[in-house]
Design a protein around this ligand. Structure first.
Ligand code: ATP
Ligand code: MG
Length: 570
């Protein structure tokens, strides 16, 4: 590709609302452009990277025997009503009407559509197992689209769905997908941690996420060094404290706390610590009621756990200030579980507190010295919180927390969808059985961003060879002034192209400083610099982006040298 033909705009400045390196660098290098919140255009050079990721994913899925298809992005509401997800999926689902007022959504995922395919196409156990996949655009109306491609609203996903007669067959494909994913991430140069998302609460369903460890990761992962325990914090169980609750030693008192709404403010005012306070969060119940979830002041609510509580509305919906005030008679900063008639569910650790502080359900007031069973009934208890560093793992070790970017997720769906949508096959004995299903997702566009997070320096992106949009950046310095530079660079461009090497030819009439800066920003692994002075001495300059090393090379050796440098084995 010739840069003289591609209007490439790059920026030196960090774009204002781009918080993380990948978002900043991809905008600065002109790889993507934002259209609206969470919507991005893949510009020509960026698109080449996306295609490289797709290619690796496609090759490995094909090798694993999966069959590529392409389902519509737009899906009829009726399918989602069959599985009950039209209601349950909530505001993430972008809903729309056609001209006949029929309801549709833009697919955030494709379980319903593939199960519909399955029930039509698959009639006998003899056709199983089968694993279908697609690489396609999804839309999720994310609450907080951010970090560019990491959490976009429209994004590219590889999603695969397998159908089976029995659990053994599902286990086999699941294991094959797990090893295929390991291979894909290895080839993409992304070291991944696989995190068990298996939880007692979801019964037999097995699930595993693949995370790139990175400070900028949105997910928190709980793991124990040296132990076989790694889980997304979303699912990691927080055990009840070992010690029994301490005895009450204080009387309950109402105190004035006019400006203390947050836990920190309350602790300052009352000279106590967050672990001696409880906070009360109100969520909507299934019966248009409100439910009070009580957590220790130093703990945070785990929405996945809360959402799984019986009677709690899915998706989890926090009550707004108006609802809270009408039910508890106070603003959110002053509410508590004492004296309320609504259902109260306390996290195990909150239920183990004695002499604690909580809101008094009166504006500007809190209660101190509160004790369960004396000042208010013993609560219903549940695991509602996120684990924190130092918590005990189920095996007994101490939990540490790392940050990760979820790039893949494999899941055993079992018969959930096939039962709801009546997707059955005949078994060996001619009996109808609901099929078992697995689903396997990879965040194709998120991977591009995750790779930049892992591979950059102060000058820009440093692509691993496998993902690089081009292998070589060919810079013709001051070509306008020198016919020799022009013709030699042209001949190199020709030779590289003929050798099947992808070259970005900087044949712009630009200052050398600009050319160097752009080549570095774009992160192309090998740079070949053709200049007047070098040519006079029979040399060109070769620069390696990742090490920053540069050296002079003889004119006729450069193409062969780079060819051997490019690792085409993987
Ligand atoms: P997350 O927890 O990050 O919201 P998820 O668990 O909802 O993701 P899945 O339904 O498992 O996502 O989707 C499969 C893959 O698609 C994820 O592992 C992730 O890599 C990618 N993905 C999901 N949501 C987004 C998004 N908003 N932007 C970019 N990629 C996404
Ligand atoms: Mg997931």
């Amino acid at each position: 590709m010739r840069l003289s033909k591609l209007p490439l705009t790059t920026f030196k400045e960090v774009p204002a609302d781009a918080e993380i390196a990948s978002h900043q660098l991809m905008l600065r290098a002109g790889l993507i452009r934002q259209l609206a919140s969470g919507l991005f255009t893949w510009m020509p050079i960026g698109l080449r990277v996306l295609r490289k990721v797709e290619q690796v994913v496609r090759e490995e899925m094909d090798r694993a025997g999966a069959m590529e298809l392409l389902m519509p992005a737009v899906q009829p509401a009726e399918l989602w009503q069959e599985t009950g997800r039209w209601e349950k999926y909530g505001p993430l689902l972008l809903r729309m009407h056609d001209r006949k007022n029929r309801e549709f959504c833009f697919g955030p995922t494709h379980e319903e559509v593939i199960t519909d395919i399955g029930r039509q196409e698959l009639k006998s156990y003899k056709q199983l197992p089968v694993n279908y996949y697609q690489i396609q655009t999804k839309f999720r109306d994310e609450l907080r689209p951010r970090f560019g491609l990491m959490r976009a609203r429209e994004f590219v996903m590889k999603d695969a769905y397998s159908f089976h007669l029995d659990q053994d067959s599902l286990d086999e494909t699941y294991a094959l997908m797990e090893s295929t994913y390991q291979l894909i991430f290895k080839r993409l140069g992304l070291p991944c941690k696989s995190v068990d998302a298996d939880s007692g609460a979801i019964g037999g369903a097995r699930s595993c996420e693949f995370h790139v460890l990175a400070e900028s990761g949105e997910d928190a992962l709980a793991y124990v060094d040296g132990e076989d325990f790694a889980m997304n914090v979303e699912l990691a169980p927080a055990a009840a404290p070992d010690e029994p609750r301490a005895n009450a030693t204080k009387e309950m008192q109402k105190v004035e706390t006019p400006d203390s709404r947050s836990i920190d403010q309350v602790c300052d005012k009352l000279a106590t610590v967050p672990s001696q306070t409880v906070k009360t969060l109100l969520v909507e119940g299934e019966k248009n009621d409100l439910i009070a979830l009580v957590l220790r002041g130093d703990h945070s609510l785990n929405s996945s756990k809360a959402e799984k509580l019986d009677g709690v509305r899915q998706p989890l919906t926090l009550a707004d200030a108006e609802q809270i005030e009408s039910v508890l008679g106070a603003e959110p900063g002053f509410v508590g579980p004492v004296g309320t008639k609504i259902r109260v569910v306390a996290d195990y650790s909150a239920a183990a507190c004695a002499d604690f502080v909580c809101g008094a359900n009166e504006n500007g007031r809190h209660l101190t010295g509160v004790n369960w069973g004396r000042d208010l009934p013993e609560p219903e208890t549940a695991d509602l919180r996120n684990v924190v560093t130092g918590d005990k793992s189920p095996a007994g070790g101490m939990i540490s927390i790392a940050r990760g970017i979820e790039v893949g997720h494999i899941f055993q769906l079992g018969d959930t969808y096939s039962k709801r949508m009546n997707a059955r096959v005949l078994d060996k004995d001619g009996r109808e059985q609901p099929m078992l299903m697995g689903c396997y997702g990879i965040g194709v566009s998120r991977i591009v961003a995750a790779s930049v997070e892992q591979n950059h320096d102060e000058k820009g992106i440093v692509w691993p060879s496998r993902l690089a949009p081009f292998q070589v950046a060919l810079l013709a310095l001051n070509a306008k002034k020198s016919a020799e530079v022009r013709s030699f660079a042209e001949s190199l461009y020709e030779k590289f192209t003929q050798a099947g090497i992808e070259v970005l030819f900087d044949d712009r009439d630009a200052r050398p400083g600009v050319m160097f800066a752009d080549a570095d920003l774009l992160g192309i692994p090998h740079q070949v610099v053709v200049g007047d002075r070098g040519l006079g001495n029979g040399i060109v300059e070769y620069r390696q982006r990742c090490s920053g090393d540069s050296r002079e090379m003889e004119l006729d050796g450069i193409v062969d040298y780079i060819t051997t440098q490019i690792d085409s084995k993987d």
